[in-house]
Design a protein around this ligand. Structure first.
Ligand code: HEM
Length: 530
């Protein structure tokens, strides 16, 4: 055999070995020099992990598990399981970086697939639970939703008038209740009575929302306020992590006779369709071009100049606004008044501020500037209750690298609002209810650029941040000032006062305060009603 043939033969038989060794070497080099830059974030692992997650989802305590892991692993926590990857973002710095960094924001702001979007939101045609992939009109819809809420949400005369009229109705109703139910309180005959906080607040918000959306006064037989409450409650149930995860995995259960899932889905769709009929179909029939009434009117007006805006889009926009505005505001207001009962000294300070600035007239949104303590108290309730504890979940569309860690494509991202508001590195003595933490030395509200406010992200940040922040805070201000101007909120006499304990709030994407009776009493220096 010629020498060249022998070399060829030798090389031929050694080639696979050469390739294998080179491959291993390249892999090791890659592992040593490239992979460290793409290290997966720290986090729990092992056989118990999936069990712990499922148990927390079932018990509605995923935010508490997130808190435990944040304490254990730090700013970023990754859980890799056979059902998917979950990543907890545990600081404002990191949340800002992941959701607003120009290099990655386009791939960190999608939503994971949900049963709610598919089933309730007409096959993902909405804003809250869809994204640019599932809904090609998402960006245009989000802008429209923002302008609709903004126009009706803050500083606008119409919003203020509607809220003041509704609050006047609510205070009159409470006065009538006081007159008819007056009784003994602390040994003295006084006009006080017990009210069910949740009923009082939710009925009032339902009415106000009905007027803002339809642009019409609601006569006593209008079905809209009740439907707003019923639909929102159904969405809150479907969206609870337990139900949502079961229905997402086994969607056929919604057709399974005799199950809670079937009943819940049927009720949700029934309420949705009745609400759409009352608001959108009837609103369309009454709409006069050029004379829009309410939010539905302005959406119908926008439809005339936007070919892409179909009826399904208008329906989902209305459903998104109703569910988001009702559930969150309802929970926030209930929590605020419960905190007032537990912290009478804070209630008194708010009342003093109202007495000295608003005096006897009806509070207005302009008064926000001269009532910094009230504004701070509202922010402090938002902080301490963190009632949207893990935000609305995001999903990564591609692998991303942040802080040197690699978060793979398809990972569900949780903005760990619950922990961020409890992190002692962000808020001193976080477990203490102290509105002053949002005030400067002169008693003025800290500006949004101040480090304390910068670390406070209860409404999210970036492309998916809550478009209803201003709406929610303006509305809370009008409720708090109007009711505290006229009433004291006290512990109930015939029931125990609901304690400020973790288990006083039930699970959900928005934590829900349990039934909470409180007593009210007319303030001794009675301001005039408007
Ligand atoms: C205390 C009151 C509220 C809180 C704490 C709150 C909080 C949040 C949070 C954390 C998100 C998710 C942000 C993200 O994905 O990064 C969100 C989204 C949203 N909120 Fe709010 N919210 C409140 C009130 C409202 C109100 C009153 C409205 C409507 C008028 C509203 C409408 C929405 C909508 C439509 C989204 C989805 C936005 C999107 O997916 O692009 N929210 N909210």
């Amino acid at each position: 055999m010629a020498l060249t043939d022998q070399i060829g033969c030798l090389l031929g038989s050694a080639l696979p070995w050469l390739l294998a060794v080179t491959g291993v070497l390249l892999y090791l080099l890659h592992k040593i020099f490239v992979l460290p830059k793409k290290t997966v974030p720290p986090g729990p692992s092992g056989v118990r992990l999936l069990f712990d997650i499922l148990k927390a989802v079932k018990g509605g305590t995923l935010h508490l598990l997130g808190e435990k892991w944040a304490r254990q692993y730090g700013e970023i926590v990754m859980c890799r399981t056979i059902i998917g990857n979950f990543c907890f973002l545990n600081s404002a710095r990191l949340v800002r970086q992941v959701f607003t960094d120009k290099e990655i924001e386009l791939v960190t702001n999608d939503r994971p697939k949900t049963f709610t979007a598919t089933c309730v939101m007409y096959n993902s045609k909405d804003v809250s639970f869809s994204d640019t992939v599932t809904n090609p009109n998402w960006l245009k819809m989000r802008k429209l939703l923002h302008s609709t809420i903004k126009f009706y949400g803050s500083g606008v005369e119409k919003f203020e008038n509607v809220m003041q009229t509704e609050l006047c109705r609510l205070t009159k109703m409470l006065e009538t209740k006081l007159k008819t139910n007056g009784g003994m309180h602390h040994g003295q005959l006084e006009e006080y009575c017990e009210v069910e906080l949740e009923k009082m607040i939710s009925t009032s918000i339902q009415r106000a929302l009905a007027i803002l959306i339809t642009g019409e006064e609601q006569n006593p037989d209008s079905k809209v306020p009740q439907l707003i409450g019923d639909f929102s409650l159904c969405v809150q149930r479907v969206l609870s992590p337990t139900i949502e995860s079961v229905l997402l995995t086994l969607p056929f259960l919604r057709f399974f006779p005799g199950t809670y899932y079937k009943e819940l889905c049927e009720n949700t769709l029934k309420c949705r369709d009745m609400l759409i009929e009352e608001v959108v179909t009837k609103g369309k029939a009454k709409h006069v071009p050029g004379e829009p009434k309410g939010m539905i009117g302005s959406l119908l007006e926008a439809q005339m100049s936007n070919d892409w805006l179909k009826d399904d889009h208008i329906r989902t926009l209305i459903l998104n606004i109703i569910a988001a505005a009702f559930i969150t505001s309802n929970e926030l207001l209930k929590s605020i008044f419960l905190y007032m009962v537990h912290y009478p000294q804070v209630m008194k300070k708010i009342q003093q501020e109202i007495d000295s600035t608003v005096e006897h007239r009806a509070p207005s949104l302009d008064d926000r500037r001269s009532c910094p303590f009230t504004e701070a108290a509202i922010l402090e309730v938002i902080r301490i209750t963190s009632n949207v504890p893990l935000g609305v979940w995001h999903e990564t569309r591609e692998d991303i690298v942040t802080d040197g860690y690699c978060i793979p494509r398809g990972t569900v991202l949780f903005e760990n609002i619950w922990w961020m508001n409890r992190d002692p590195a962000a808020f001193e003595n976080p477990e203490v209810f102290r509105p002053e933490r949002f005030l400067d030395d002169e008693g003025q509200l800290l500006p949004p650029t101040h480090p304390t406010r910068w670390r406070f992200l209860p409404f999210g940040i970036g492309k998916r941040s809550c478009p209803g922040e201003s709406f929610a805070r303006s509305r809370a201000f009008l409720y708090v000032t109007t009711l505290l101007q006229q009433f004291e909120f006290l512990p109930p006499v015939n029931h125990d006062l609901l304690p400020l304990r973790l288990d006083s709030w039930a699970e959900g994407i928005v934590l829900e305060l349990k039934p909470c009776p409180v007593a009210i009493k007319r303030r001794s220096q009675q301001p005039e009603t408007s």
